[in-house]
Design a protein around this ligand. Structure first.
Ligand code: FES
Length: 94
């Protein structure tokens, strides 16, 4: 994940949980990579700017906060704390 550049996103599995990790304006963000509408994986979803679009029905979420921005989803994505340790991006999914 050290190669995750500005404006890029990647889906990783952390302790069995799919997590979408993104870098936006120098900050790293991590959200659950599973749509809150019908549990579609967001592993291959399109990320544009600060938004990820669910490939199944088109709901959109803010990758910084997990907030739901467009129906049919209503609930936000879970957001996980991200911290840098020894130059590596670490995600706390507890
Ligand atoms: S499963 Fe994502 S919008 Fe329906």
């Amino acid at each position: 994940m050290a190669d995750l550049g500005e404006g890029q996103s990647v889906c990783v599995r952390v302790q069995g949980v799919e997590v979408l990790v993104s870098q936006v304006h120098g900050q790293f963000y991590a959200v659950h990579a599973q749509c809150s509408h019908a549990a579609q994986s967001l592993a291959h979803a399109k990320v544009r700017g600060t938004q990820v679009r669910c490939p199944l029905h088109g709901a959109r979420f803010d990758i910084r906060t997990g907030a739901c921005l467009a129906a049919p989803a209503q609930a936000p994505l879970a957001r996980f704390p991200v911290f840098i340790e020894a130059g590596k991006v670490c995600i706390d999914i507890e």
